[in-house]
Design a protein around this ligand. Structure first.
Ligand code: ADP
Length: 161
């Protein structure tokens, strides 16, 4: 069975990587879909986000990475994925995820949403926290893949690591 993990990944964090690794064990194939959201201003252009994820998941043979500008369920159908994986960190995520999953269910009954609970070490980690730390020149080495930390340093510089 094929699954899709859709998200903004701006940028990808170790919390996302954890969900990808766990998802790749559960399914034969996993497509990470970088969704282009016109309503959200992003730090990294979509192609750079795709490149960063590809570099970070190259140890996983059954994971591919693609960008999409269409509705998630349409992209899942196009790729032959019947399950959408999302991560849940706290109750706050649940409310948003429930809304998204219900909307997706209204649009498509043949695609299921599956939620993986965040690993405790990543349950307080978000792309926005990472951006805030990097913007203020803090070290993000422990919370993002090495290639992402490098790009954030190139963007903002770092003075404590
Ligand atoms: P979106 O804008 O679609 O919410 P994100 O890149 O912020 O995209 O998140 C994609 C998915 O990954 C969401 O389901 C989110 O809850 C999940 N996620 C984000 N950070 C973590 C984390 N630290 N651990 C587990 N799941 C996470």
């Amino acid at each position: 069975m094929k699954a899709m993990f859709p998200g903004s990944f701006d940028p990808i964090t170790n919390g996302h990587i954890d969900i990808i690794e766990r998802g790749s064990v559960l399914f034969e194939e996993l497509v990470v879909a970088v969704m282009i959201n016109q309503q959200k201003q992003s730090l990294f252009p979509v192609e750079e986000r795709v490149t960063m994820i590809k570099e970070a998941v190259k140890h996983l043979g059954n994971v591919t990475v693609e960008a999409s500008g269409v509705l998630t369920v349409d992209f899942a159908r196009e790729k032959g994925a019947s399950v959408l994986i999302r991560g849940i960190r706290a109750v706050m995520d649940y409310e948003y995820e429930l809304q998204q999953a219900t909307a997706n269910m209204m649009l498509s009954h043949d695609i299921e949403s599956l939620f993986l609970v965040a690993s405790p070490e990543y349950s307080f980690l978000s792309s926005s926290t990472v951006k805030t730390i990097a913007m203020h020149h803090g070290s993000v080495d422990l919370v993002v893949p090495e290639n992402v930390a490098r790009r954030l340093k190139e963007k903002y510089g770092e003075n404590n690591g």
